[in-house]
Ligand binder design. Structure first.
Ligand SMILES: C[S@@+](CC[C@H](N)C(=O)[O-])C[C@H]1O[C@@H](n2cnc3c(N)ncnc32)[C@H](O)[C@@H]1O
Length: 245
């Protein structure tokens, strides 16, 4: 993980969740829950298909303050949900330490690790989730491909990568308004609440430049996933991608 990015997450960690909830009008919470619901469905389907009682191994990469891992831990408790073993990895100790004492996260195993060099053997996980982080990894497509290939390495054959990320609305008017919102609201308000100018300069730089949903699906296929599809969220300002090894 780059030093600059680590410094940003050290600065924003205390207010990270609050700023997200305000800037997205709470939609980030709903989107993570929806992703967790998909994760549980995938787990239930796999278990049914393989007819084994082995746990469903999940890794949440760039887990931050643990909201996605928590939502999955809660979901996986349902009667129809698979028995899951959840791991979480992030490159920032400040973010991980906020996650560790949360309710529902005691059973999640946290690791301090770079998303590009995950400390797990090949073919370990049935599912990898990433939320609001692929945009942070590296905007360069070659670098992004190598992160995706690292995810492929530790996924079992047939394993699934679920990615929740901001995207680019397909309608140009909505896209223009969305980019204006990032520049005029996200950047100054994020700075005002968190006190981190660098953090919200970086966020408002990466958001308009990230792939559109089709582009990210293509990149997943280019990395070697056999199948990639997406669903758009709230007019396409975000998207959930599902890609299979
Ligand atoms: C925007 S936060 C997202 C956190 C969480 N997934 C969520 O849904 O809110 C991005 C997280 O990615 C982590 N991160 C960024 N680059 C990373 C890298 N190369 N390796 C590991 N973690 C990284 C940061 O430390 C931060 O916790």
């Amino acid at each position: 993980m780059k030093k600059g990015i680590r410094k940003i997450y050290q600065e924003v960690a205390p207010t990270y969740e609050l700023v997200n909830h305000i800037l997205t009008f709470g939609m980030d919470v709903l989107w993570r829950k929806r992703t967790a619901c998909l994760a549980a469905k995938i787990g239930a389907g796999e278990k049914y298909a393989s007819r084994t009682s082995r746990p469903f191994f999940i890794l949440d990469v760039c887990s931050g303050t643990g909201e996605m891992a928590r939502d999955m831990a809660v979901r996986m408790r349902g009667k129809k949900a698979p028995k899951a073993s959840i791991y979480a990895a992030d490159g920032s100790l400040s973010m991980i330490s906020r996650a560790k004492n949360k309710k529902h996260l005691r059973s999640v195993r946290f690791t301090l690790a770079d998303a590009g060099r995950l400390p797990f053997p090949d073919r370990t996980f049935d599912l990898i989730t990433v939320s609001f982080s692929t945009r942070n990894l590296n905007p360069d497509s070659q670098a992004m491909l190598s992160y995706l290939q690292e995810f492929l390495r530790i996924l079992k054959p047939g394993g699934v990568f679920l990615n929740l990320e901001t995207s680019q609305p397909p309608l140009s008017l909505i896209k223009t308004l969305y980019h204006l919102y990032i520049r005029l609201v996200v950047k100054p308000l994020g700075y005002l609440i968190s006190g981190s100018r660098g953090g919200y300069n970086y966020l408002s730089y990466t958001m308009p430049r990230f792939y559109d949903a089709q582009g990210f699906s293509s990149l997943c296929r280019q990395a070697g996933f056999s199948f990639a599809r997406h669903r758009l969220l709230f007019l396409g300002v975000a998207a959930i991608h599902t890609a299979r090894k």
